[in-house]
Design a protein around this ligand. Structure first.
Ligand code: GLA
Length: 723
């Protein structure tokens, strides 16, 4: 709900309030963001700090300094020396700006960000307000757009720059959000990682200056996620104040928190200005990516629940609630040695177990017998598949199995027919060798003809073979950033234009094939972000399919992203990435609460294990029937101990599943009690695995005893169901 009284804007969700005020000089003053409070006048609530050495600002009768003033969208060069949200230059080239409020527009529902992923689905209780300001230096207009999602305690923000002047305006920097709050002894929490060990938790106290995570890879990246949380010092998973910020964007980003000389915190997110600048011609408009902001008093689990709900109820493909199929992906089974015979056999084997979809991964096209060739040549390799996919499609139909295939649409190998025809379509710099990564280059997706070509090639295959599942990979980072199409002064536009091109292809594919289920991937989880989730409701979480590795990866990923978006596959042992052997049961248990599937050669699986797989699939189908609205709780962190526990509770609290696992154990480990959360205290629950019937209150208070003296990597799954 948005209320406007006098010079105040009150943005209220179920449990939070965000309050903005217009100061007499036109500055938008940030007054409050936190737990919900009544929408009252806050004229008395000033902590204006006068200071001799910085530029003075007159607010009513008081003189303060802009360097300490909490603002909604700060600029540079007019007395605030902290991180600016925006830098524009106009006719005189000066990179100084001063914004003054001119008007607002308020409406029901969301604002549509053309060509960009954003929260776009309304299910009641969604309002938007645009606060329009003019820059006194360049004359450009800037709108701060706030969409308030009452149900999930999320305020989404983005920025629109309009060139209403007669001259080009250069955008050197444009944040999606900037928020000035009082320091509460904050720790920052971010998700760092690398290939095969994505989204590790890292928590650290803010220090004076900036704590920042960013990407300049053309993708959000394995190394850090477009997310940051600020936690009051005592906050933990279960209680305490947490502010969360996540960008709905998949390219170069920056998210940070700056602790100022006056101990105020500036929390900001947006495009990475290191690889961005944009020329806005007269009459043109630029729209920044959207950021989600949330606040919870219920610790990190509370913050995650808000992000999960926003994603499930309001974010593009995720809000469509397509059923997540249980897949058998053949990558780890056969790698590049995939062929018709192997796939045909896998189809009947998969059908016998109750699997929904079979995915032919990399290696089916061009002359692709290794990672050295053929990306870009999206025609079936007739040596491996002499009948195209005709026989495979027939076999799938006979067995009621759906067919999925893999693409890396944005890439090209220099050894390919496409490169021979269009070497100028690859991102390169004339005169120097391009940087290859996994032997591949990127296609210049800022060019429409490249996107049109790839769209037609992908659609041909998808249409002809009735493909129902696409795994969309992106197996390298961007180098040689720029385009031979863009003017020299516009090269800074390339990485964002590339991303817009990727989004446009994704959007076209989704529209053309609405019944296809899309899974994102990027060398595993190198592009796991809300931008991708707008188009694809599930992402391959990591190339590391080792159950022990997955405890951390899935725990970390769930901090921001809902469990059903997290692809979790059971694979063989010794694990192909870590060479570790874990019990089959643990591999299943660790995957069960997420988007469940398999990544193995069923020829290697014993009949006994096949029975376990069948039961596991049935178990997952029961979980799946309520997973889409379930609350996910992290109970024991693999980052702070040797154990890991997480739990799902259905929206009606009738069903719950808890997973507990250990790593390498010390001898004589006595077991422990794990306290589930979110149950109905007054309801009676049955835990089948323990043969007990007990109230929710007792379970949550006293905890569930887990096995003493486990072996390394043991695990247990508890189904907790109301009587
Ligand atoms: C990436 C993906 C893998 C697999 C390979 C194929 O690494 O994450 O799952 O698809 O590409 O080359």
């Amino acid at each position: 709900m948005i209320q406007i009284k006098d010079n105040y804007f009150y943005l209220n969700t179920k449990n939070t309030s965000y309050i903005i005020r217009v100061l007499p000089d036109g500055t938008l003053n940030h007054c409050y963001y936190g737990k919900r409070i009544p929408s009252e006048n806050l004229d008395w609530h000033n902590l204006f700090i006068p200071h001799d050495l910085t530029a003075p600002l007159k607010v009513g009768d008081e003189i303060t300094t802009k360097d300490a003033l909490p603002q909604e969208y700060p600029t540079a060069g007019r007395g605030d020396f902290r991180e600016p949200a925006v830098i524009l230059s106009g006719e005189n080239g000066r990179m100084v700006n001063e914004l003054a409020f001119v008007r607002y527009a308020k409406y029901e529902g969301v604002s549509h960000l053309e060509g960009l992923p954003h929260l776009d689905t309304c299910k009641g209780g969604v309002d938007t307000i645009e606060l329009v300001m003019v820059d006194r230096v360049t004359g450009a207009e800037i709108s701060l757009v706030y969409t308030v999602f009452e149900d999930c305690d999320v305020v989404a923000r983005h920025t629109v720059v309009r060139n209403i002047t007669d001259y080009p305006v250069k955008i050197h920097k444009v944040a999606s959000v900037s928020l000035d709050i009082e320091d509460d002894g904050f720790d920052a929490l971010t998700l760092h990682g690398a290939w095969a060990r994505e989204r590790n938790l890292e928590r650290y106290p803010l220090h004076h200056g900036q704590c920042e995570v960013s990407s300049r890879r053309g993708a959000s990246g394995h190394h850090s996620n477009p997310f940051m949380a600020l936690l009051s010092r005592e906050a933990n998973e279960f209680s305490g104040d947490v502010y969360g910020m996540a960008l709905i964007y998949s390219g170069d980003f920056k998210i940070g928190a700056q602790l100022s000389q006056f101990d105020t915190v500036r929390f900001y997110a947006g495009l990475n200005d290191d690889t961005f600048c944009w020329i806005l011609e007269r009459g043109e408009t630029f729209t920044s990516p959207q950021a989600m902001l949330t606040f919870s008093q219920n610790g990190l689990n509370g913050m995650s629940a808000n992000f999960h709900k926003a994603c499930r109820c309001h974010l593009g493909a995720c809000a469509l609630k397509q059923a997540h199929p249980i897949v058998l992906n053949l990558w780890e089974a056969f790698y590049f040695d995939i062929n018709e015979e192997r796939v045909l056999k896998a189809i009947t084997q998969a059908a016998a177990l109750g699997i929904d979809t079979i995915v032919i991964d990399d290696g089916w096209f061009g002359n692709r017998s290794s990672d050295k060739t053929s990306l870009g040549d999206w025609v079936i390799n007739r040596e491996k598949f002499p009948n195209g996919f005709d026989e495979i499609v027939n076999e799938c139909e006979k067995n009621n199995i759906k067919l999925g295939i893999w693409f890396d649409p944005e890439s090209i190998n220099q050894i390919s027919d496409l490169f021979k025809q269009h070497p100028d379509w690859a991102i390169c710099i004339d005169g120097i060798d391009p940087v290859e990564s996994r032997n591949q280059l990127l296609l210049d997706f800022s060019k429409h003809e490249v996107i049109d070509y790839i769209f037609s090639k992908m659609s041909d295959v998808v249409k002809k073979y009735n493909i129902k599942y696409i795994k969309w990979d992106y197996n390298r980072n961007m180098t040689d950033n720029g385009s031979n199409r863009l003017l020299p002064e516009r090269q800074g536009e390339h990485s964002h234009r590339y991303m817009l091109g990727v989004y446009s292809l994704m959007s076209r594919m989704r529209k053309e094939f609405p019944e296809v289920f899309f899974e994102g991937s990027s060398g595993g989880g190198g592009r796991f972000d809300f931008g991708m989730l707008y188009y694809m409701p599930q992402i391959w979480t990591s190339d590391n399919s080792d159950a022990f590795g997955r405890m951390k990866i899935q725990y970390g990923t769930s901090i921001v992203y809902p469990p059903e978006t997290i692809s979790a596959h059971v694979s063989v042992c010794p694990n192909h990435q870590t060479n570790r052997t874990t019990p089959f049961e643990t591999r299943e248990n660790v995957a069960q609460l997420f988007s469940y599937g398999f990544e193995l050669d069923l020829n290697d699986i014993s009949d006994e294990t096949k029975t376990v797989i069948k039961e596991g699939i049935q178990k997952h189908r029961r979980i799946q029937s309520w997973l889409a609205d379930a609350t996910f709780y992290r109970l024991l962190s693999p980052f702070s101990g040797n154990t890991c526990a997480w739990q799902l509770v259905s929206a009606d609290k009738k069903y719950s599943v808890m997973m507990y696992a250990v790593g390498l154990v010390d001898p004589n480990f006595s077991g422990q009690y794990v306290k589930p959360m979110g149950l109905d205290p007054n309801a009676i629950y049955v835990i089948k695995e323990l043969g007990i019937t007990v109230s929710g209150a007792v379970l949550m208070g006293a905890g569930i005893p887990v096995k003493a003296h486990p072996r390394d990597f043991d695990s247990q799954l508890f189904t907790i169901e109301q009587l």
